[in-house]
Design a binder for this molecule. Structure first.
Ligand code: DNO
Length: 351
């Protein structure tokens, strides 16, 4: 097992490599070129620059999160082939600097969704929060109108300047259902997995967050059965999953311990974090400690350990504590505490 830490890059992250170096156990920087648009081929000079910076601190750059997938690939449009070719070129370049895992997702339009980025916990810390009634079963056009008519009504990702483009995308996804999305994912995987195999890079799909359809858009990486199906779309060890305990854990009927046991040899990369789910479907992110949320973190780490897991694990969204100013979910302090908790469990299992 190797511990990684997500880093958004020089000038783009409140956390420095120097600080990350002082967290026990971290060997891997989980990185990406965040200024690249989905579908673009990544330039070698920029990749090499990240490698140079990581080398200065003795980190490896084995895990990329994410090389984003262009919407035309998810929509299954004819133009997807151009973007798939670019994706392949990026895979080949990443292999040249030693990358071993590419994390990506197949969520239409939105990546993770929350309704409040700084919801206060009882102890005064803040964390990402999802208020179910603001998202579940909401018609996107109704929401567009609501936001347009009331400047005080905000949802992250629905900023007024994005609305026009969002409406266009909703229109394009109108006739795309879950089966279509599985087919489009299969087409993508069939094209890239042979290139991954040749270049020894594992693809690791990230679950949908939250793991259910939102705003009428289909979502498929939501539960054990669907993950099993994705792994069979192209049944090859290079087609894997980024098992994210927090994303899957916001649906309490997901048994993540069982997923770790079933998929262990197809999980090159894991996100381990906790989330507290309420009866009405709201959820808030908590410290990584098992007792603080709904997810069985100790059981998950035990399942990885018993499966002989030798992939990469990173802590995920932390709370914002000790007045830290940082990207939502991506401060230094709570994620560092998370690492110490995960390592504490792991070390005691080892002994
Ligand atoms: C959120 C992350 C996701 C993840 C992507 C993977 O903080 O877990 O944004 O990076 O979904 O493509």
């Amino acid at each position: 097992m190797q511990i990684g830490f997500r880093w958004y890059g020089e000038g783009n992250d409140s956390v420095s490599l120097k600080q990350i170096k002082q967290i026990p156990g971290v060997k891997t920087i989980v990185w990406a070129l965040h200024d690249m648009q989905a579908g673009e081929e990544w330039p070698m000079e920029k990749i090499l620059e990240v490698k140079r910076q990581a080398d200065l601190y003795g980190f490896n750059i084995d895990v990329v999160e994410s090389v984003n997938v262009h919407e035309d690939i998810k929509l299954g449009l004819p133009s997807r082939d151009v973007y798939i070719e670019n994706y392949k070129k990026t895979i080949k370049k990443l292999a040249k600097v030693g990358v071993k895992v590419i994390c990506y997702n197949f969520m239409p339009v939105f990546d993770w969704i929350r309704t409040d980025l700084f919801k206060e916990h009882e102890d005064g810390s803040t964390a990402l929060f999802y208020e179910a009634s603001k998202v579940n079963d909401i018609d996107p056009m109704e929401l567009v109108n609501k936001i347009g008519n009331n400047p005080d009504y905000t949802i992250p990702g629905w900023e007024p300047e994005r609305l026009e483009n969002l409406m266009k995308l909703f229109e394009e996804y109108k006739d795309v259902n879950e089966e279509d999305l599985f087919n489009h994912l299969q087409y993508f995987l069939e094209a890239i997995i042979p290139v991954c195999e040749e270049n020894d890079i594992k693809m690791a799909i990230h679950p949908d967050d939250p793991p259910w359809p939102i705003f009428g858009l289909p979502r498929i990486i939501t539960n054990q059965e669907n993950i099993r199906r994705v792994l069979k779309l192209v049944d090859n060890p290079y087609n894997g999953v980024t098992l994210c305990s927090g994303s899957l854990g916001s649906n309490p009927s997901n048994d993540i311990v069982s997923m770790v046991r079933e998929f262990a040899d197809r999980i090159p990369f894991a996100h381990v974090r906790n989330v507290k789910v309420y009866e009405n479907g709201d959820f808030i992110e908590t410290s990584h400690r098992g007792q603080d949320g709904t997810v069985d973190i100790v059981g998950i780490m035990k399942a990885y350990h018993e499966s002989g897991f030798n992939g990469y694990i990173r802590p995920d969204h932390g709370r914002h504590i000790w007045d830290e100013k940082c990207r939502p979910g991506y401060g230094l302090y709570d994620r560092a505490l998370g690492i110490m908790y995960l390592l504490g469990i792991w070390d005691s299992l080892e002994s």
